[in-house]
Unconditional design. Sequence first.
Length: 249
Amino acid sequence: MTAGAGVTLTVLGCDGSHPGPGGAGSGYLVRHWASATALWLDAGPGTFAALQQYTDPTRLAAVVLTHCHRDHWSDVADFLVAARWTMTMAGPPVPVYAAPGIRQELGVDLEGIVAWHEVGDGDDARVGPMALRFSRTDHPPETFAVRVEADGGVLGYSADSGPRWPLTALGTDLDLVLCEATYTAAHENDEAGHMSGRQAGRAAREARCRRLVLTHRWAKIPADVLRREAEEAFGGPVEQAEPGRGFSL
């Protein structure tokens, strides 16, 4: 994907709960090409290394961390080390929009590198031309789904969530939805704070999403089985996140 592609999403890592063989935790690069704006959306283990293949981390416009489970934020610590010792930051401190609890877990000096903002349900933020809105999901620690809107295109990211949170909380005008589907219907557990492929497909159908991409799959779950289950519930084709795969709005 190149300049002129509008808003794009690149998968840095998409494994559920922990990295599988050769994989990485949750992390995505969202870019608005016309303004050269780059947003790092979740920073699970292995995603900082992947990020450097696609963009200069010193020129990030912002970082979003959806909750305090380490498979969604741990690599921000590596970014901080690199920014302090091996990279020259290109501008002022990078805004970080994060769920509660992560700042305390980091326990390092952030001065001059990032500007930390703790977010809550319904909060808004602006990253260049991209408008962000956060929605509290059905997941044990305080977790926030994210709506990203720019140039008339809308991306919805569920972060981690069980089925009691509706994708409609992000709107019914979603062009692309990146929705967690950790396991199949055979593993459904309403107390786990995750969705099956069937539940993700149903949620996307109810939100009238135009395009559904599954993410956060456990490595032991067969990808094709999960996709077929989601397609039946969604009523249309479903795609799966893979490291390095790109999507355009």
